[in-house]
Write a protein that binds this ligand. Structure first.
Ligand SMILES: *Cc1c(COP(=O)(O)O)cnc(C)c1O
Length: 401
């Protein structure tokens, strides 16, 4: 039977689940703490469900996502254990989160009241984490609301509307290990936990550290660290930590076309590159819609048959062009495998290199890999053949079934 999903995608992100399990252990050992593993934004573009399953199997104490929708997708895929979701809006449906047994992190008295209301309507007890704003001034219970919030929480507990699971905060300067803001925020978190304990609300788990803090400040690990990007093998603080992390994602495709371009021929939109001599080029069938930043036009390199070739001319929505040079790249042919970025272990291009070239962070590169790119999984229990579509092609699709 022919179907859309049996037609191969033009590009694939291969995700090494064994690398993710390894990174989890490396981070946990380094921090000497539990790990609440962050799998928001489709597991930083790696595919939330297979990644979450891997992390739970590898011993994560729980999972973290931003939206309740993301947490529900994990539950629907059968992911067990605590899942904390921390970003809500006025119209967030807390009832469905309570029914799914999620841990709802609340950032205000209003959010707590909405959770209490939803719990009351359904006669259930909601599991909550208190997200405290200790100085980032983003999400979290604001300092001026704190005292009344603690009273509200104490009442909600007494009424059986909520059970306290965690207390969390987020560091503004975790990537600067020596910044005193980290210590101020940790101290404010300790004081918030003490205030809650004083009204009988004792959290099971306290956490603050994102990846950079988990890698550099084990003294701020509390009960668990809360890394995202480092789980995927990307080190946000290479100048401060030489942790043994393995990048999990390799983005690859195959050469779509090989052709001659005569000296003086302009390549791609706007002819921003003019071939200085007769040459051979290869068309690479991934573009900015797939997450190859247009700002890399004329600046990226790809690996084909173990050799690097430069991108020339503008990166387009679906494709870009590389110059194979006068020797035709040593015989590069249509269908040859192209590593667009990978682990860097062999000196090849990396997400980090792209980020450095375009003035961003590798977080934005991997989370920007588009839905036309198929996610393939290796290094899992049934490594090799567990292919799922991208987020739109395969939905939350389970990967291993
Ligand atoms: C995204 C996020 C994290 C993970 O951050 P990394 O820098 O990727 O480790 C942790 N906590 C919260 C609240 C987040 O939003």
């Amino acid at each position: 039977m022919h179907s859309f999903s049996s037609t191969p995608a033009l590009g694939a992100a291969t995700v090494d689940l064994a690398a993710i399990a390894h990174n989890l252990r490396t981070i946990a050992d380094g921090a000497g703490a539990g790990v609440l593993a962050v799998v928001k934004a489709d597991g930083y573009g790696h595919g939330a469900v297979p990644v979450a399953r891997t992390l739970v199997d590898a011993g994560a104490n729980g999972l973290g996502v931003a939206h309740i929708r993301e947490a529900l997708a994990l539950r629907e895929a059968g992911i067990p254990g605590p899942i904390t979701a921390w970003l809500h809006t006025r119209d967030t449906d807390f009832a469905v989160a309570i029914a799914a047994g999620l841990d709802i992190a609340v950032s205000s008295a209003r959010q707590l009241a909405a959770v209490v209301d939803a719990a009351g309507r359904h006669g259930e007890t909601a599991t909550v984490t208190v997200k405290v704003d200790t100085g980032m001034n983003r999400s979290g219970v604001a300092a001026d609301e704190w005292e009344s919030f603690v009273d509200d929480l104490a009442r909600a507990r007494a009424a059986g509307a909520v059970a306290l699971r965690g207390v969390m905060t987020h560091l503004a300067c975790g990537d600067e290990p020596a910044n005193p803001a980290n210590d101020h925020q940790a101290q404010a978190l300790r004081s918030a936990v003490a205030d809650l304990r004083a009204v009988g609300a004792v959290p099971e788990i306290v956490h603050a550290a994102n990846s950079p803090a988990a890698l550099t400040r084990p003294d701020l690990a509390f009960d668990a660290v809360r890394p995202g990007v480092a789980l995927y093998g990307l080190n946000p603080v290479p100048q401060h930590s030489d942790a043994d992390l393995i990048p999990a994602m390799t983005l690859a495709t195959t050469v779509s076309l090989v052709k001659r371009v005569p000296a003086g021929g302009g390549i791609s939109y706007g002819h921003t590159y003019i071939a200085p001599a007769d040459t051979t080029v290869a068309v690479i069938p991934v573009g900015y819609a797939d997450g190859v930043p247009r700002a890399l036009s004329g600046r990226l390199r790809v690996r084909i048959n173990g050799r690097d070739f430069p991108g020339v001319g503008r990166i387009c929505m679906d494709q870009f062009v590389v110059d194979l040079g006068p020797d035709e790249g040593g015989g590069v042919a249509e269908g040859d495998a192209v590593e667009v970025f990978g682990t860097g272990a062999d000196g090849g291009p990396t997400a980090r290199e792209w980020a450095d070239l375009t003035g961003t962070i590798d977080y934005e590169i991997v989370t920007g890999i588009g839905s036309r790119i198929e996610r393939r999984y290796v290094g899992g229990p049934v490594a090799g053949d567990d292919t799922v579509g991208g987020p739109t092609a395969g939905g939350a699709g389970g990967g291993r079934s």
